[in-house]
Every structure is written in structure tokens, then in C-alpha cells.
Design a protein around this ligand. Structure first.
Ligand code: MN
Length: 201
């Protein structure tokens, strides 16, 4: 365990002309979620993320959803990424890498995380399993925008491989669940050293 045994929890607020977001995260939580983003499908996905990653997560967002959900989804990703980066501090003791595959009925998604200090997102999908079109009124292409924001501001290398799936709602669930599980594993404390040959992450 981390010698300092600090709770890795915190919060941040970010206000622009497009969105007003407050977010609280405990990386060492138990899956308590209180999510109100103004975008119903994103609430559903972030609740899955909290529960399956055993993160405590609170998000309140007021955004320009009269335009569409794009700004809210992207800006929540920015805030979540930024807060993850802050809470990991010097990343001492973390597992760093994780590779988790999760099914959701016919959908299957593999998420590979490296808490590398370098933002890089790869999203690859098998033919016919790409995230596009809509589920309800939610534009499924926004899932990738969310992941890009988390990766960029969390300084995470993230490979999302959608191996199978027909139903967009199922595919998105498999993405969020596998990402949550992989992030939980990659950020768990397993030693007291910084897991890099360079001595810094
Ligand atoms: Mn569902």
C-alpha cells in the first residue's frame, strides 16, 4: 500500500460559455454514483462506469443541450480526465497497465489502459460494430469524443477495441464497463515505486 495511505479523492469545477460542471471522484470508492449531466444516456453510461469501476462519482452539469449533447459530453470528459490526472499525483505505486474485456450480450469490448503520462486514444471496431447512429436521441459518435477528452486530459494511453456487437446501446455499455474495470486495475496501488524505467510518469 501507499505509505502515505492518502485517499485519492477530490473535486473540481469548470465553467465555460457552453457548460458548467461540478465533479467529485474517489478512485478508491465503492461504486456510489450521483450523476446528473442533462444527457440521459450519458448518465446511464457514467453510472455503469462508477459501479463497475468501484469509483465514487458525482457529476452535475448544466450545458447547452439545446444545441446538442456534444459540448456537455466532451466537457465532462475533460473534467473527468483532469481530475483523474490530479488524483494520481506522481502515480507512485500504481499498477499502470490493465487489459479488460467485457461482454454485454452480443457486444464485446476490450479496453487496454496505460497510465503513461501521454495522451493517446485508439478506437477500433470490427466491421459492423462501429459506434455511429443514435440510441434514443443520443449520438453514439459522442462516445469516442468522451474517451478522447478523458485520454487527453487524464494523460492516458487508451486502446478501445470493439470486437463484436450489433446494438449500439450494448456496444456503448461494453465500452464503458471495460474501460471502468481497466482504469480501476491500472490505478490500483500495488507497490511503493513509480512504475517507469525513467523513474517518472
Ligand atoms: Mn443499458
Amino acid at each position: 500500500m501507499n505509505k502515505n495511505d492518502k485517499t485519492r479523492s477530490g473535486d473540481l469545477q469548470r465553467t465555460t460559455k457552453e457548460t458548467d460542471i461540478r465533479i467529485k471522484l474517489n478512485l478508491d470508492g465503492t461504486g456510489e454514483a450521483k450523476i446528473d449531466t442533462g444527457v440521459g444516456f450519458l448518465d446511464h453510461m457514467l453510472e455503469l462506469f462508477a459501479v463497475h469501476g468501484s469509483f465514487d462519482l458525482e457529476i452535475a452539469c448544466t450545458g447547452d443541450v439545446q444545441v446538442d449533447a456534444h459540448h456537455s459530453v466532451e466537457d465532462i470528459g475533460i473534467c473527468l480526465g483532469r481530475l483523474i490526472h490530479q488524483l494520481l499525483s506522481d502515480k507512485r505505486g500504481i499498477e499502470r497497465f490493465a487489459d479488460v474485456t467485457v461482454p454485454m450480450d452480443e457486444a464485446l469490448c476490450r479496453s487496454v489502459v496505460d497510465v503513461s503520462g501521454r495522451p493517446f486514444l485508439v478506437v477500433r471496431a470490427a466491421a459492423g460494430s462501429e459506434l455511429h447512429g443514435k440510441t434514443g436521441d443520443f449520438d453514439l459518435e459522442l462516445v469516442e469524443e468522451f474517451l478522447r477528452a478523458v485520454s487527453t486530459y487524464g494523460l492516458l494511453t487508451l486502446h478501445i477495441v470493439i470486437e463484436d456487437g450489433k446494438n449500439g446501446h450494448h456496444i456503448a455499455e461494453a465500452v464503458f464497463k471495460s474501460f471502468a474495470r481497466a482504469l480501476k486495475r491500472a490505478t490500483r496501488i500495488v507497490s511503493d515505486r513509480i512504475p517507469s524505467s525513467k523513474g517518472i510518469l
